[in-house]
Design a binder for this molecule. Sequence first.
Ligand SMILES: [Zn+2]
Length: 146
Amino acid sequence: MGMFDDILGKAKDVADVAGKKTGEFVETSKLKFQCVQINNEIKALYEKLGSAVYSMAKSGYENPELVKSIVDEISELLQKLNETSEKIADIKNVSICTCCGAKNSTESYYCSKCGNKISSEFSKEYEDMASKAEEHSPENDEGKDI
Ligand SMILES: [Zn+2]
């Protein structure tokens, strides 16, 4: 009976780990949505730039400041898009400290900046659980009361 309670306890822990993974997924989805929004903004600016250039060519009136401002806006957004894509890649390989926001390797147990316990602690627990679950494999439980 004790062992069964133990398994139930572990199952709850596994659910907690799954919760963390879900949070990660939500964060990635949010960033992907941001990428789409930035892409749309860039598209709109290209259109704006095109129509500005058209008007200038048509009227013969030069407005280099307007062109430069649109070009700068596009460059800024492209940079933002780059950073957002990097963030998405980072989430897969990096644990962000919940305390100070510093990036740590998923191998780390504690934040390199503030020493806070980081979420990769959960993956260690998950590994422990996996090895414990192996001990309780059906073969080993044969002939025992559960
Ligand atoms: Zn930290």
